[in-house]
Design a protein around this ligand. Structure first.
Ligand code: RM4
Length: 254
């Protein structure tokens, strides 16, 4: 029995990185997938192709998660195509590294609107659909190790990741009566486009590898498999929780 057999899974930021890997992993576990991307048709087509070539069902929608109407459209198109929404993976996010003292207001605003406001809108839209369906559901948000620790070049970003986890804790309470579970994954240093430039800095990758007891940076599918677990009935009694997926980096003081 596949972990997400016959489920309909919506993934934001689903054209690359953790979201793309999650879309593929969910399809491998029997789900139909509706992924949202933002102006990344090539990435979306690659994910759709990988899913479809192994017999999976998937659609891609282009939209800006920072606009509330995008989430309404995403849910509506998932329902139109597949009949319902069982799982939401709220993953879309940006992390343009920038120093604090000269960080422009528009960058702070955009990061907040994409990472936190966008998560709020899509969780709300999916939860309303799940409530109307009357069969519960599961929501998994991509928070971060950065919800728990800081980054000098991430002062606009880490508060959004802390906010995403806090959102999961609160909606877990609000949505529990409808049988909707809400949890966070907290990825550590995962090799994606988000940090490609940062990791290309001299010594940065080596610094992380020394801090990580497992001895390697993470890959998107290291996170995707944990998202599938939290979305599946294996996690049926888990809600309001956070799962660190960091190779042990957070606990490694000495
Ligand atoms: C994560 C964490 C990683 C960073 C990415 C971009 O939350 O901070 O270290 O590489 O964001």
């Amino acid at each position: 029995m596949k972990l997400l057999e016959d489920k309909v899974v919506v993934v934001t930021g689903g054209s690359r990185g953790i979201g793309g890997a999650t879309a593929v992993a969910a399809a491998r576990q029997g789900a139909s997938v509706a992924l949202l991307h933002h102006r990344d048709q090539a990435g979306a087509d690659a994910v759709l192709g990988e899913i479809r070539q192994s017999g999976g069902r998937a659609i891609a929608i282009d939209g800006d998660i920072a606009q509330p109407e995008t989430s309404a459209r995403l849910v509506a198109q998932a329902v139109a195509e597949f009949g319902r929404v069982d799982v939401l993976v709220s993953n879309a996010g940006i992390c343009p590294f920038h120093s604090f003292l000269d960080l422009p207001a528009d960058l702070l605003q955009r990061t907040m609107e994409v990472n936190l406001h966008g998560a709020f809108y899509v969780v709300q839209a999916a939860a309303n659909q799940m409530k109307a369906q009357g069969h519960g559901g599961a929501i998994v948000a991509t928070s971060s190790i950065s919800a728990l620790v800081g980054g000098a070049m991430q002062t606009h970003y880490t508060p959004t990741k802390a906010g995403v986890h806090s959102l999961m804790q609160s909606v877990a309470i609000a949505l529990g009566p409808y049988g909707i579970r809400c949890n966070s994954v907290m990825p550590g240093a995962i090799v994606t486009d988000l940090n490609r430039d940062d990791l290309s800095q001299a010594g940065k990758r080596e610094y992380f590898e020394k801090r990580i007891p497992i001895g390697r940076l993470g890959q998107p599918d290291d996170v995707a498999d944990c998202v599938v677990f939290l979305a599946s009935d294996m996690a049926r009694y888990v809600t309001g929780a956070a799962l660190l997926v960091d190779g042990g980096m957070f606990v490694n003081l000495q």
